[in-house]
Write a protein that binds this ligand. Structure first.
Ligand SMILES: NC(=O)c1ccc[n+]([C@@H]2O[C@H](COP(=O)([O-])OP(=O)(O)OC[C@H]3O[C@@H](n4cnc5c(N)ncnc54)[C@H](O)[C@@H]3O)[C@@H](O)[C@H]2O)c1
Length: 448
């Protein structure tokens, strides 16, 4: 990498290395807030920017709205100078800005970049020469250079340009994907290597200096597009492999083979195999969505991403498969969906987290209701379920007692707080989509 020799940037590099730089993080959600707390705990002065006034007020009151982030962590950050604001004027005082806003799909299943473009338009009048701006939102290759850079250049008042290639003056722009795995505390955040691709060597160097003061390893790549593609490769790899085991699970059920026994045996191979586990379908803000960002972009190149489409098809069908298996199990008991009482256990999209986005539980509840079932749910993280992407469920949590009243109890999310032995003992019928009841022998359990 070249050395940065601009008037502003050497100062910024030094400020980043000595942690004197002021960091602004835009988007105080599941990604941005923990990142802000991390930078703050490492001695940086951090300001969080968010358009949601209630989040700003909550943070400034030293409280949290994400279960796994304790108020004590926010209070500690506040003591170290952290504050939140909705006022973009404060962007001018920042040395570096990290953007962590949502990148969902729209109703046509196409990338919705409105949060990214809205953010960049709002911050560009306040940017200054030598500032570092890093996009962390997951997106298709090309977004940083084709969307973010032109908006930054057209939106600022001083005719500022973004440094490209070997240029050393201007605004420094980079992309660095967020690789967090919510609910997985087995890897320290600092041990997750940080991939960085800059629009210029100077931007890459500055971004590496910023993240290098926190993360133990920075992995530079040659461009923002390579960094954007890296994140998509990681998530597509997961999506495709989960689809593979979901398909094989369906075959194994037909063949009378336990897929989990097979996976456990296969993963004893010391090379060439990584275990993925089947479930009731994909959820969360990443795996069901990100691959389609690439499918969309690929069309511009007259290219069909067939693995992504096939994986999407298999994974999307999983809630329907769960219903088929349930119908067969109820039938064995001389019952059908209409009028049956069903308890859904776990509505979060995965174990031990308070995130409902794209959860397959929402689809399963909706499908069961359409078939005339009387559906209740229990989840330690949600006292109420309002609406998902497509559904307005309007339900409140049922207590975890009197399980015998339900015709079926469906384990959709295997939260670790549940006592599965008791659930099996008390329920009439258990539909287990996660192998949560492994080791419990009972004719009441249907694995699917
Ligand atoms: N959640 C994860 O586990 C995860 C992991 C890796 C990558 N990502 C990616 O990170 C990005 C952010 O995801 P998230 O889960 O933190 O989303 P989130 O919805 O939890 O948080 C986004 C925040 O951005 C705020 N916001 C929206 N528009 C804004 C604007 N114009 N100005 C300021 N704030 C604005 C929202 O109010 C919200 O607080 C997405 O691209 C996502 O794909 C998420």
């Amino acid at each position: 990498m070249t050395n940065v020799t601009t008037e502003h940037s050497p100062t910024l590099k030094l400020k980043l290395e000595t942690r004197e730089a002021r960091i602004g993080i835009v988007g105080m959600g599941y990604v941005g807030l923990p990142l802000a707390l991390l930078f703050s705990s490492e001695g940086f002065r951090v300001t969080g920017f968010d358009i949601a006034a209630d989040k700003v007020a909550t943070l400034n009151a030293g409280k949290s709205y994400i279960v796994r982030i304790l108020p004590e962590a926010i209070e500690a950050a506040r003591k170290a100078g952290f504050s939140a604001t909705s006022d973009y004027a404060g962007i001018a005082e920042m040395d570096a800005i990290i953007i962590c806003v949502p990148t969902p799909l729209d109703e046509h299943h196409e990338p919705d970049l409105s949060f990214v473009t809205g953010t960049v338009k709002a911050l560009s009048p306040n940017i200054h020469e030598g500032q570092l701006i890093v996009l962390e939102s997951t997106t298709y290759p090309g977004t940083t250079e084709e969307v973010v850079v032109p908006l930054l250049e057209s939106g600022n008042r001083h005719g500022l340009r973004v440094a490209r290639g070997g240029e050393t003056s201007g605004v420094h722009v980079a992309f660095s994907p967020e690789r967090e795995d919510p609910g997985n505390d087995s890897v320290d955040r600092r041990d997750i290597p940080k991939v960085v691709g800059g629009c210029s060597s100077a931007a890459a160097e500055l971004a590496a200096a910023m993240y290098g003061s926190i993360f133990h390893r920075v992995v530079p790549v040659s461009s923002p597009a390579a960094a954007e593609m890296t994140k998509l490769l990681e998530n597509i790899y997961r999506c495709v492999n989960i689809a593979l085991v979901n398909e094989l699970k369906q075959l194994c059920i037909r063949m009378g083979i336990d897929i989990h026994e097979v996976i456990d045996a296969a993963k004893t191979k010391p090379f060439g195999f990584q275990a993925f586990y089947p479930g009731p379908g994909l959820g969360g803000h990443c795996i069901p969505i990100d691959p389609f960002y690439l499918s969309w972009k690929a069309r511009e190149f007259d290219f069909r991403t067939r693995f992504i489409e096939l994986a999407g098809e298999v994974n999307t069908a999983m809630p329907y498969f769960v219903l088929e298996q349930m119908a067969a199990a109820l039938n064995e008991h001389g019952k059908n969906f209409k009028g049956s009482k069903v308890l859904i256990l776990g509505v979060a999209y995965k174990r031990d987290i308070d995130d409902l986005r794209e959860s397959p539980a929402l689809t399963i509840i909706e499908l069961l209701r359409k078939k005339g079932a009387n559906v209740a749910y229990n989840d330690p993280f949600f006292a109420k379920v309002g609406h998902g992407r497509k559904y307005d469920l309007n339900m409140t949590r049922a207590p975890l007692d009197d399980l015998g009243q339900y015709d079926a109890v469906v384990i959709v999310t295997d939260h670790s707080s549940y006592d599965y032995a008791r659930i099996v003992r008390e329920a009439q019928l258990v539909i287990d989509t996660r192998n949560a009841t492994r080791g419990i022998e009972s004719a009441k359990i249907i694995h699917c």
